[in-house]
Ligand binder design. Structure first.
Ligand SMILES: [Zn+2]
Length: 251
């Protein structure tokens, strides 16, 4: 068990405490000492979450993609630092997601109906959108748009299907969904391999560039709710000099 203090900044006071409480509990944590106050950027919710350390990344992921969250910081409380023999200055902040690294949700909301209308012919629209984003927000925003499209696609095409385990979900949901618009996609062991991602070579990204595809896979596989909370990592990318883009699934 670990205690982590979150300082969550939002533009909205209404529903903040309830919404964050639900996310914290859905990730397997208890909510302790919530306190809401005004701050320069809007509303600050300080709350301690107590729960299993191995679920902390999942909780941070959920907070980072919640529409009410403008930015957040996670800190270890001073008592935990004292037990670990550390002074507060050593390691108070264990995660910090500043407002400018959060997705540009307003821009995403304008794009999403167009993607739903044109799917699967979305590559050009996505590249134009990617080009128009602030460079600091590109990765977070493209991944966010991907999760929304993946979740929408799951609801449209797969909600009524059987409950599949992870391996079958990758083969029967993720693979055909990506093939619809990316063409050459192969399952390679437990991973997916995309040969010709349109996000490579655009000159917009240094290193790995296929953040939309990561997000789309996360949206497709997390929407059903019964696989836990999966994260997708792009372990190889053509934009970083690899032969293909490879996506790995971790829980
Ligand atoms: Zn790639």
């Amino acid at each position: 068990m670990i205690d982590v203090e979150f300082r969550i900044v939002s533009d909205h006071r209404d529903g903040l405490m309830l919404g964050m409480g639900q996310i914290i509990m859905a990730s397997g944590f208890e909510v302790l000492r919530p306190k809401i106050s005004a701050c320069d950027e809007g509303t600050l919710l300080a709350v301690t979450a107590r729960g299993p350390q191995q679920k902390l990344l999942e909780l941070q992921d959920r907070l980072g993609s919640h529409p009410l969250v403008r930015s957040f910081e996670a800190r270890l409380p001073e008592t935990a630092l004292a037990e670990a023999g550390k002074t507060p200055v050593d390691a108070v902040v264990i995660a910090s997601v500043p407002a400018d690294a959060m997705p540009d949700r307003a821009a995403a909301e304008l794009l999403l109906p167009q993607l739903a209308r044109d799917y699967p012919k979305i590559a050009k629209k996505l590249l134009d959108f990617d080009r128009g984003l602030d460079s600091g927000k590109r990765e977070a925003t493209m991944r966010y748009v991907g999760t929304r499209v993946g979740a929408w696609l799951y609801k449209r095409d797969y909600t009524l299907g059987a409950r599949l385990d992870l391996a079958d979900s990758i083969r029967q949901i993720a693979l055909p969904a990506l093939r619809q618009w990316l063409g050459a996609v192969e399952a390679s062991g437990a991973n997916l391999r995309v040969s010709d991602s349109p996000f490579c070579g655009s000159g917009l990204h240094h290193g790995h560039s296929c953040h939309f595809i990561r997000g789309e896979l996360e949206g497709l596989l997390n929407e059903s709710g019964h696989l836990g909370r999966l994260r997708v990592v792009e372990s190889e990318c053509r934009n970083a000099g690899n032969a293909a883009c490879v996506f790995e699934f971790t829980t």
